[in-house]
Design a protein around this ligand. Sequence first.
Ligand SMILES: Cc1cc2nc3c(=O)[nH]c(=O)nc-3n(C[C@H](O)[C@H](O)[C@H](O)COP(=O)(O)OP(=O)(O)OC[C@H]3O[C@@H](n4cnc5c(N)ncnc54)[C@H](O)[C@@H]3O)c2cc1C
Length: 603
Amino acid sequence: MDYQTHEHDVLVIGAGGAGLRAAIEASAAGVSVGLVCKSLLGKAHTVMAEGGIAAALANVDDRDSWKVHFADTMRGGQYVNNWRMAELHAKEAPDRVRELEAWGAVFDRTKDGRILQRNFGGHRYPRLAHVGDRTGLELIRTLQDHGIHQGIDVHMECTIIYLLKDGDRIAGAFGYERERGRFKLFKAKAVVLATGGIGRAYKITSNSWEYTGDGHTLAYDAGAELVDMEFVQFHPTGMIWPPSVQGILVTEAVRGEGGVLKNNEGRRFMFDEIPDNYRAQTADNEEEGWRYTQGDKAARRPPELLTRDHVSRCIVREIKAGRGSPHGGVFLDISWIKARIPNGAEHIKKKLPSMYHQFKQLADIDITQEPMEVGPTTHYIMGGVRVDADTQMSTVPGLFAAGECAAGINGANRLGGNSLSDIIVFGKRAGEYAARYAKTQAGANVDTRQADEAARRALEPFERGTKGEGPYEVQYALQAMMQDLVGIVRNADEMRRALDGLTPLRERANRVGVSGHREYNPGWHAALDLHNLLTVSEAITRSALERRESRGGHFREDYPSKEVSFGTINFVVRKGRDGRMEVFSVAIPEMPEELKRVIKEME
Ligand SMILES: Cc1cc2nc3c(=O)[nH]c(=O)nc-3n(C[C@H](O)[C@H](O)[C@H](O)COP(=O)(O)OP(=O)(O)OC[C@H]3O[C@@H](n4cnc5c(N)ncnc54)[C@H](O)[C@@H]3O)c2cc1C
């Protein structure tokens, strides 16, 4: 078949923070760069990020440093993180944030004109550089403005469905234009995956339609390894009412600004259970917690700002014990700070403008006057493509990954704010090393039979037409199953049922049909997403079954404790020779003495 063909040295798939930053860096290295994205440029998921970017700038608290940030990230990830990535991230994030400022990002300011930083869960000091609660929008705007002048070729509204290979190495990618339905072939010496997460595998999620695990699956199908797939983050505070907005995120910044969680008895239940490894850093009374949120350096953080995995489980405990809110969540109250702050309502609107509008418009609730009802929502995946910490190259030569679709830095649980810094630190690295790699390579040979086969499979749903099942029915069934059986609280019986359930769902996915033609046909797009959703769901379930303990985002009621033996391994997923999914454990390399000392010092 003939395809519209494009050729680049480096092809970046994804135009969120990671993809844009990678494209800017690769282009600055003097290679030709193509940037492909499913939605319009500027609409990537990063735009939704609210609370801020974590970087130890030490502008608000001069006790902060890369060492504290590194230790916080490792503690949050419960020590199964890729420590080298955590180290690079903590050391390089401040420069990446200052670079954004130099490129025109307008951050909120301290009184003496420096970048303002706010408190967030699991961070010892105020560390999140922010722009109100619209930080992601500013990040994307800045990177786009900067990138637009670099000669990057942008291919918008184009979905990649297959990675092309020349022997073992990467040779390009194949996809289709969402608007016209025409296929496109991209030849490239190096490919950077920056496709984001998997949240649409679950029924309740803060993630947009784009998060269907595409990059994870493209890499897996191309022979790359995935790691840490059992670690899914359920953010404690999503909207729960009305049903049409269920799952939409309520930023942690609400708690960073003094918001408190209460049950239907009016009690701040987060004081009931404080994990041992955080006890020394956590306030034991409400007054101290409040002083912390207002910048008192002598105070310890309130328990509402413990890590997300813990806060989510405490909320589930309250709901299960019958102490939940009327619509099945708990209460999050920021309005109470009016008693402490002059012009409190205006202060809340200024600090949390998006939250104010979100609740006013979607739920008819004025958050300056009354509490919100919130509950956990699928938010982020710590797992993803297994990459080299320094270069971001996967186990497939020429295939790189960065941002949410890559893994390692977060271990078992991500701290809020660490994703926006991850995407700019490792986006830059991926772009830099992909360009270096491309410069050493002759053009790869593209075997168009690989593209023909991908095109043939992609068009099968049209052949079945209305005789096939609708793709959305399969999608809903999968989402409901993952929510019920591989959610916040897991056990072996339920996960085995999920694994058994995936086989008939895959058969149904292979029989879905779509009617109409290829021009903007959302049913067809949903049909093509199913393979990705099923692949990541299987990877999550198989890895979660193997990890017979509870750690971070992965909680098993049949193994509720953390086990020392699981603290030294990661689980890796790979496609076996017979096409079946294999899961195996790999030992985490020994941490250098210098980093061990840093963790000890920060205890
Ligand atoms: C509501 C919300 C608020 C958040 N707030 C914060 C915060 O305050 N701080 C923080 O650190 N983190 C936050 N996060 C997490 C953070 O926003 C994301 O983890 C991060 O933005 C991911 O960036 P990325 O560059 O990896 O991917 P994305 O920004 O999601 O970009 C993915 C790109 O890949 C493209 N793509 C996907 N599949 C394909 C395909 N098959 N073909 C072509 N293109 C494809 C998409 O079109 C998109 O351009 C938040 C997340 C949510 C949902």
